[in-house]
Design a protein around this ligand. Sequence first.
Ligand code: NAD
Length: 485
Amino acid sequence: MAELITHYIGGRFVESARRFPNISPVDGAVVGEVCEAGAGEVDLAVQAARAALQGEWGRCGPVERSDWLRRLADGIERRFDAFVEAEVRDTGRTVRQARTLDVPRAIANFRFFADLVRQAHTECFETVTADGGRALNYVVRKPLGVVVAISPWNLPVLLFSWKVAPALALGNAVVAKPSEETPSSAFLLAQVAHDIGFPAGAFNVLQGFGGQSAGQAMISHPDIDAVTFTGASATGAHIMKTVADAVKDVSFELGGKNAAIVFEDADFDAAVDGVVKSSFTNSGQVCLCSERVLVQRPIFDRFVAALKARTEALVLGRPDDPAADIGPMISRKHQAKVLSYFQLAREEGATVVTGGETPVFGDARDQGFWVRPTVWTGLPDDARCLREEIFGPVCHVAPFDTEDEAVARANDSDYGLATAIWTRDLSRAHRVSPRMRSGLVWVNTWYLRDLRTPFGGVRRSGIGREGGRHSLDFYSEITNICVKI
Ligand code: NAD
């Protein structure tokens, strides 16, 4: 029988009458039933969170909170296989990816912020005053209060924990919602919290949709203090408008239309390998994926040929197939969106180097939401396919001649999240990287993360940075205290 996925409010698992199906993207089968929260459940969760700040949770200092985060990490580790299964069931990704990326990163997120908050320090200034005396200025850090955390479906437990962990580490009470497409791992995390006796109300999970559902009720609730959101840029803009009148704090990690620049002096095989990864990891459903690849003209034809061969060798397989490289799109709706860009690209004059359609398997996967990894060339820079985020396994490859041209074309985007640069020329790498209008630049690698570093984007890719001390700054309020001595 399909599992019922509920909310977790004030330390209790709470059902609601409204339900929706959890559907496997692999074959379209119903794999579970999910409760949908409305304004009533949201209000209960916000009240529970507010009460937690006044109760046991609010009295915890950084070391106790750090201990709690470590227990959460240990709890995920104990149920590692269940988390892998949850991620795979909801998304159809490979078991290998869930085992090596998603679940380990969730554990690392809790351990990282547990360690960080233990060592966090604040500023202190000794001030000489006009009368020749002295004053001492020092800063104290306090929680923001009730933090709403809303995350997307593409890396469910990784991104959910990326918000929940620092928010809790800094002493906030959290009301969190995973995407309606991926409810299972957040539900499991609530079970872990429950099992270890996490202070009631400090961590609440609501299930449901965004607009006209749980998400909208969460961001509209008058008693929340901040919203941390990862998702589409249009949703970020809507959240910003909703919280503007009450001037709530926001941190936004939004969409991308990322460029990869391959210079002629790059290590050719490493660059091809890197672009395959940066375009097709998680079937292109990563905000950091490169959808615009710029390759210096002398190696352009060879690069396109090599990329075509590597792309065609990718295995679209069931999650438990050890040979599988990538899985399906998350939903029928998202598959239709990606396929609509495949159609648009043809209308805009693209040459389809490979892919561009749905695969036919001759088994139950034909009821799932698959698309073929796709490579285009020949589009003009102003084509919609090169300006709008597609969020599927697709990239366009264009030739360029000079360094300045590559920089200008890579920066010609409404987005600014991540750029990957491939070159063996050290001076060029250092010269080009700071010129990129993006929050992240990778040189001769892609998606190599150190959790101490700032993560986030510019323009339509987001507001603020998270990671390391940047998360400390967002998830806390500081007060400067000046004492005349
Ligand atoms: P989405 O914006 O549709 O949904 C994200 C979350 O917001 C979901 O939980 C959804 O239910 C909720 N939501 C939707 N409308 C809402 C509303 N009106 N009020 C409150 N909540 C609402 O995005 P998605 O399709 O789930 O995710 C894909 C997008 O996320 C892509 O654009 C991708 O680039 C972006 N993303 C960005 C990062 C980053 O770190 N910058 C990371 C991953 C994904």
